[in-house]
Design a protein around this ligand. Structure first.
Ligand code: FAQ
Length: 308
């Protein structure tokens, strides 16, 4: 009879066989902590990400655009909830995660610290930010942790509508007046580089990548996914008649990919460290909304208590 396998060996075998790990399964502590870190930061990004576009719901140019944007922003809130729930299955609480966000211990995607200044920016966020999010999240549908992978399937379906509504705004602007075309170009000029930053540091600089890839939490690397996004987005910009603000952008026949310029990593580090154009505003707003909602949480608990 062969000796019984250890927890570590069973876990490693399941990862090697591409089996999903579920909440009640044994998992290494590092795997659990790394997942809580990534999933909770992902959730925070969805929730903080409601703010830039949320401010445009009342200013959208037609009733149709208002209803579409309202639904889109509401979806992002829903994505945050699925992700917080997925993280809770790993033994952390919503309160702990919110506390980590509000105290600056937990990060969220740097892109949401840039201001949304025009209707063109709302289009660019849907097109580029949701577009980048989908590239990353399609890959995460194959992540090894069951609740995270399943959340990604639904989130990707919704994000693809979001991306299309953004592209539709851009298309309308680009078929409009000279002023509207200029607004679309200005939005692309400001959102292009922050969108590339969404994929994180270069693989060689990425602190978590090697462990996350070994555990199959991440299935493709930061640079691979960034390249995929550039390759699929350049033809979309060409169709709009817009110019991507990168003089080094060029098709490389040999590689079968676009070459592109270097990201301003100092700007990335600054924004991630809390010194972007809107970091303080985003967290202040979150704290205020959370405090304003305290009575709702209290009422829900009282209701639950009464019915128990
Ligand atoms: N911004 O070692 P790595 C959306 C941090 S959803 C800020 O490479 P990892 C939908 C990283 O956390 C967008 N921080 O880390 C929407 C780590 O810090 P830590 C969010 C960043 O985890 C659309 C450190 O740098 N999507 O947009 C960023 O292996 C429109 C070292 O980096 C996800 O979160 C950044 N861009 O790879 C909503 C997807 N990049 O924790 C509203 C899930 C890196 O040590 C409107 N997450 N950092 O303090 C992931 O795939 C990964 O976590 C990466 C980073 C790829 C983001």
């Amino acid at each position: 009879m062969s000796p019984a396998l250890s927890h570590e060996e069973i876990f490693a075998g399941r990862i090697a066989a591409d089996e999903r790990i579920e909440p009640k399964d044994w998992m290494p502590e590092g795997y659990r902590r790394n997942l809580i870190r990534q999933i909770s930061q992902h959730a925070h990004s969805e929730v903080i990400g409601m703010q830039p576009e949320g401010a445009w719901i009342t200013r959208a140019p037609s009733l149709k655009r208002k209803t579409v944007l309202l639904a889109k922003v509401q979806d992002e809130g829903g994505h945050g909830l699925y992700l917080y729930s997925a993280a809770e299955t790993l033994g952390t609480s919503r309160e702990e995660m919110i506390q980590a966000l509000q105290s600056g211990r937990a990060k969220y995607a740097s892109i949401f610290n840039y201001p949304c200044m025009s209707w063109g920016d709302v289009g660019a966020i849907g097109w580029l930010v949701d577009g980048a999010a989908i590239v990353n999240q399609i890959s995460l549908q194959q992540t090894s942790y069951g609740p995270y992978a399943r959340a990604m399937v639904r989130i990707c379906k919704e994000e693809s509508f979001h991306q299309r509504q953004g592209y539709d705004i851009m298309l309308n602007l680009c078929r409009g007046s000279g002023e509207q075309i200029a607004m679309a170009q200005d939005a692309l000029d400001r959102w292009w580089w922050p969108s590339l930053m969404m994929f994180g540091p270069h693989d060689a600089e990425s602190a978590h990548s090697s462990r996350s890839m070994a555990w199959k939490i991440k299935r493709q690397s930061n640079d691979e996914l960034r390249q995929k996004f550039v390759d699929q987005t350049v033809p979309q910009a060409e169709f709009l008649g817009l110019r991507i603000p990168d003089p080094k952008l060029q098709w490389n026949e040999e590689r079968g990919h676009y070459d592109f310029g270097e990201i301003d990593w100092e700007e990335f580090a600054r924004v991630v460290a809390g010194d972007g154009p809107c970091n303080a505003e985003r967290i202040d707003h979150h704290v205020r909304a959370h405090e304003d909602g305290a009575w709702v949480r209290k009422a829900m608990l009282a209701y639950e208590e009464r019915h128990r």
